[in-house]
Design a protein around this ligand. Structure first.
Ligand SMILES: [Zn+2]
Length: 364
């Protein structure tokens, strides 16, 4: 053979051997079969602790190694796998629930492991998985070369706490609903929060009687769906809520809410009582208890009708110190009913107390 023919021959042999080698490596990368004995007998990994896996050498190639672990709680976990020599070459990794040896059919997990960016080791790969408490999960690690640096891997699992970053945000208010979009910086999970429009402020009572102290009805805020808005989303302030008149309640959005709404309730003067009614000729004198606080005066009603439904006359007493009044020009020997209430002017409106109990009197 001449030199050139010899070179061609050697080249062909090299290519042939090369092709065999590629085929060999390629077939070993798949790890189609699970070694159940190894899986069942795998070492247990503890949460947050690195466990070293030494890939076994079977006959003429590396075989897969297994590790198992049982999460203590439901939730997201980060699984880490890395080669301590900085060879980030995790060719074949999977996990699955492995209920029993007989039923041991473990499925390849297609999800990619993610190159580590911030975690335990710069060469680590990791993935986020949602796991169930008390179940046993298996991880199989396989690799690809006879280089001894490739047969050592480290595995760790730990609880994942999402580190949410808000990517979009609009507060809710009394005019519109709001929402927020969140994304976990490390695993890219997303979530959305919705802040339904605050629709109605409901007071525990819409009227009250003057007591001398501030009056604060309880507040419930309903959203557009009629559900209660959590009280942490607003503050409540009261004004003009001691004296007779129209008291104000202002609800202001805080946190994920903004804007304000004011509602009112009425405070009426305290009532009085009729203390005595004295008969007279075609007349009577009515006396009542003085009610000076937050009262401008009194209103007297009398009628021959017990329920004041007909023929009722009204008399205003415009001084709160006046506590009796003689009613004249009545019919003789007739039974009259009389009652008194207080009033106070606040703003443009007059606020009246409830009526006293009626007393009856028969004229002479
Ligand atoms: Zn996350």
């Amino acid at each position: 053979m001449c030199n050139s023919a010899r070179r061609v021959f050697v080249t062909m042999i090299s290519v042939f051997i090369g092709l065999i080698f590629i085929g060999f490596v390629g077939s070993k990368k798949a790890y189609a079969d699970v070694d159940y004995d190894r899986a069942v007998n795998a070492a247990y990994a503890s949460e947050n602790k690195t466990i070293t896996l030494t890939l076994p050498w079977d006959d003429d190639y590396f075989d897969a190694q297994y590790v198992k672990f049982t999460p203590a709680a439901d939730g997201y976990y980060e699984l880490f796998l890395y080669n301590p020599y900085g060879i980030p070459n995790v060719d074949d990794v999977w996990y699955d629930i492995y209920p029993s040896v007989d039923d041991a059919y473990l499925q390849q997990n297609d999800e990619e492991w993610i190159n580590n960016t911030y975690l335990i080791d710069q060469t680590a790969k990791w993935k986020l998985v949602s796991l169930k408490k008390g179940r046993t999960y298996y991880v199989r690690v396989g690799c690809c070369s006879s280089n001894s640096s490739y047969n050592t891997y480290r595995f760790m699992y730990k609880r994942h706490s999402h580190s949410w970053t808000r990517t979009d945000y609009e507060k809710g208010s009394f005019e519109y609903s709001g929402s927020a979009d969140w994304e976990c910086e490390s695993c890219n999970q997303r979530k959305m929060e919705f802040y339904p429009m605050m629709n109605k402020v409901v007071l525990s009572r819409t009227s009250a009687v003057y007591t001398g102290s501030v009056i604060r009805p309880l507040i419930t805020v309903k959203d557009v769906d009629g559900k209660n808005v959590n009280a942490s989303n607003y503050t409540v302030s009261y004004s003009n809520n001691r004296n007779v008149g129209r008291a104000k309640v202002t609800v202001s959005g805080i946190g994920n809410y903004t804007g304000r709404k004011t509602v009112t309730f009425k405070i009426y003067p305290k009532a009085t009582t009729v203390t005595k009614v004295t008969r007279a000729k075609k007349a009577f004198t009515v006396k009542w208890k003085k009610q000076a606080a937050q009262t401008d005066g009194y209103q007297i009603q009398y009628s021959k009708n017990k329920n004041f439904r007909s023929g009722t006359k009204t008399v205003m007493v415009k001084n709160n110190k006046t506590v009796s009044r003689k009613i004249t020009k009545l019919k003789a020997k007739k039974k009259y009913y009389v009652r008194v209430r207080t009033y106070k002017k606040a703003g443009k409106a007059k606020y009246y107390s409830s009526w006293s109990r009626a007393k009856s009197v028969t004229t002479k």
